[in-house]
Design a protein around this ligand. Structure first.
Ligand code: SF4
Ligand code: SF4
Length: 449
C-alpha cells in the first residue's frame, strides 16, 4: 500500500459511508496473524491459532485486530487493587494468540505499573505499548507533562512508547491549553525524533465539528475514537437529555478514513453496556446470529469497518478475553445487511432509555462520595421498567423491585441521594452526561417507587 491510503480506496470507504456504513474489502491489509506472527516457545497457542491482523504501511505496523484495553483489568477479591497474577495470565494468553496492542494510561490508576510488569516478562518485540498523556485536571505545565511521560516509561519498564496519545482531546481549546501553550507538544515531537515515541496520535471526545481542526494540526499517525453501533448515528447524552446527531461515530470514522488516517476504536462495547443489553434487544440479535453474544455482535460491527486498525476492548477477566480472541480468529465480518440490521438494534436499545455511562470513572472521586458509575449501572439494569408508565404489568413491577434492592444494596452515602449538585463531575465526563440531573431523577424515581 502507498504511503497514505490511496484516493480510490478512500472513496470506496466513502461510497459505503454514503449508505451510512463502510463494509467490504479491507482498506487495511488483513491476513492471518500466524503468517505475520511472532515466534518463540512461549508465544504459541497450543493449537497455533492467532487473531487476524491489519497492516498500515505508512506506520510499518501489523497489529492484531483486537487490542487489550487495560483500563478495567481484574482486581483482587474484595479490593480495588489490581490482581497481578490474573493480569499476567491474561497478557500471556493474549500474546500467545496474536494480540500485540496493549492500551493503558496514567489516568487508569495502577494499570501502567501492573501492565508493565506483565508485559516485561515477554520480549519487547512481541508487543506494542500504547499509553497517554493524561495531563487533565490542572496538570498542564510542561514539567508535569514531561514528568508524566518519563514516569510512564518507568512504569512500563521500557525506553520507548509505540503509540503515544494526547489523552481525551475535546477540541482545539483543550489542545492549546494542555499541549501548545506550555510547549509540551514541541517537546513530544523532539521525543519522537529521538525514537522514544514511535507513533503520535490522540484520543478524541469532542463533537463532529471539533475533529477537523485537530486533524489539521499535524500529520497524525493515528486517531482513537469512540465507535460502536449505538453511537454510529448519534451519541446519546442519556435518558431525557436526547442524543446529538452533531456527534456520531459515523462522521468521525468517515472523516478520518477520508484523510487516510488509521482509526483505533475505543468503547466498542460502550464500557460493557452493550454486553448486558435488555432481554428484548438480546432476543433480536439472537434471532439473526444465534452464535454471537451481544458483546460479539458489538465487536463484529466495529471489526467489519475496513478503516479500523485495532478494536480495543477493556477486558476484565479471562473468559471475556477468550471469547474475544475466538471472535477475532478467522474473523467473519458482517455484510451490509448485517450492518444495517445492527442500526435497527441500536434504535431498540436507545428506546430503553439507558444512561450511556461507560464506567470510565473519569468523573470520580465525587466530593460528596457518590459512586457515579455504580448508580448508573443500577439504573441501567432496569431502565425500561423504571421509565415505563405501565405499572400494572407484573414483569415491570418485578424489575422495579429488583432495581430498588440493588439501589439500597449500595453503601449509604454513595447512592444518588447523596448528590449535592455541585457540578464538579460535569466537565470531566467524556460522554457529556448530565450527571447531577440524572442523580436527581434517580432520587425522584426511588422516592416514587
Ligand atoms: S454533581 Fe453530584 S455526583 Fe457530581 S460531583 Fe457533585 S455531588 Fe458528586
Ligand atoms: S458518568 Fe461519565 S465520566 Fe463518569 S464513569 Fe460514566 S462515562 Fe465515565
Amino acid at each position: 500500500m502507498d504511503e497514505k491510503m490511496t484516493r480510490r480506496e478512500a472513496l470506496r470507504g466513502l461510497f459505503y459511508a454514503g449508505m451510512g456504513l463502510a463494509v467490504g474489502g479491507p482498506l487495511l491489509k488483513s491476513e492471518s496473524a500466524r503468517a505475520a506472527g511472532m515466534s518463540g516457545p512461549w508465544d504459541e497457542a497450543p493449537d497455533g491459532t492467532k487473531i487476524d491482523t491489519r497492516t498500515w504501511d505508512k506506520m510499518g505496523e501489523t497489529l492484531g485486530l483486537l487490542g487489550l484495553g487495560c483500563m478495567r483489568l481484574p482486581t483482587q477479591r474484595g479490593s480495588r487493587r489490581l490482581d497481578q497474577e490474573a493480569v499476567n495470565a491474561m497478557i500471556d494468553y493474549a500474546i500467545a494468540h496474536g494480540v500485540n496492542y496493549f492500551d493503558t494510561a496514567p489516568a487508569y490508576g495502577e494499570s501502567e505499573v501492573v501492565t508493565g510488569k506483565a508485559l516485561s516478562r515477554h520480549p519487547r518485540s512481541a508487543y506494542k505499548i500504547a499509553t497517554k498523556l493524561s495531563n487533565m485536571g490542572g496538570r498542564a505545565t510542561l514539567e508535569a507533562g514531561q514528568q508524566m511521560f518519563e514516569n510512564s516509561l518507568k512504569n512500563l519498564q521500557t525506553d520507548y512508547v509505540d503509540f503515544l496519545l494526547l489523552h481525551n482531546l475535546q477540541g482545539i481549546g483543550s489542545y492549546n491549553t494542555r499541549f501548545r501553550d506550555n510547549g509540551l507538544f514541541d517537546w513530544l515531537l523532539e521525543q519522537k525524533k529521538k525514537g522514544r515515541i514511535k507513533h503520535l496520535g490522540f484520543s478524541f471526545h469532542g463533537t463532529n465539528a471539533d475533529l477537523p481542526p485537530l486533524v489539521d494540526l499535524y500529520d497524525w499517525d493515528f486517531v482513537q475514537i469512540q465507535l460502536n453501533y449505538v453511537d454510529w448515528k448519534e451519541m446519546s447524552r442519556g435518558w431525557g437529555a436526547g442524543g446529538s446527531s452533531e456527534t456520531n461515530s459515523e462522521y468521525l470514522y468517515n472523516y478520518l478514513v477520508g484523510k487516510g488516517i488509521p482509526v483505533l476504536v475505543m468503547e466498542p462495547v460502550k464500557g460493557g453496556a452493550l454486553a448486558n443489553v435488555s432481554d428484548g434487544v438480546g432476543a433480536l440479535m439472537r434471532e439473526r446470529h444465534p452464535d454471537l453474544s451481544p458483546a460479539a455482535n458489538a465487536l463484529t460491527f466495529v471489526g467489519s469497518l475496513p478503516g479500523v486498525m485495532v478494536t480495543l476492548s477493556g477486558m476484565s477477566n479471562m473468559a471475556q478475553l477468550k471469547e474475544n480472541v475466538s471472535l477475532f480468529t478467522g474473523f467473519k465480518p458482517f455484510d451490509e445487511q448485517d450492518m444495517a440490521f445492527m442500526l435497527t438494534v441500536a434504535d431498540l436499545y436507545k428506546s430503553k432509555g439507558q444512561i450511556p455511562c461507560t464506567a470510565c470513572a473519569y468523573c470520580m472521586p465525587c466530593p460528596a462520595g457518590v459512586d457515579i458509575p455504580g448508580n448508573f449501572r443500577v439504573f441501567n439494569s432496569a431502565s425500561d421498567a423504571l421509565l415505563s408508565s405501565d405499572t400494572g404489568n407484573k414483569e415491570i413491577r418485578d424489575k422495579r423491585k429488583a432495581f430498588l434492592k440493588l439501589y439500597n444494596a449500595q453503601k449509604k452515602g454513595t447512592r444518588a441521594d447523596a448528590c449535592v449538585a455541585c457540578n464538579a463531575c460535569l466537565p470531566k465526563c467524556p460522554q457529556h452526561i448530565s450527571i447531577p440531573q440524572h442523580m436527581q431523577r434517580i432520587k425522584d424515581l426511588v422516592a416514587k417507587i
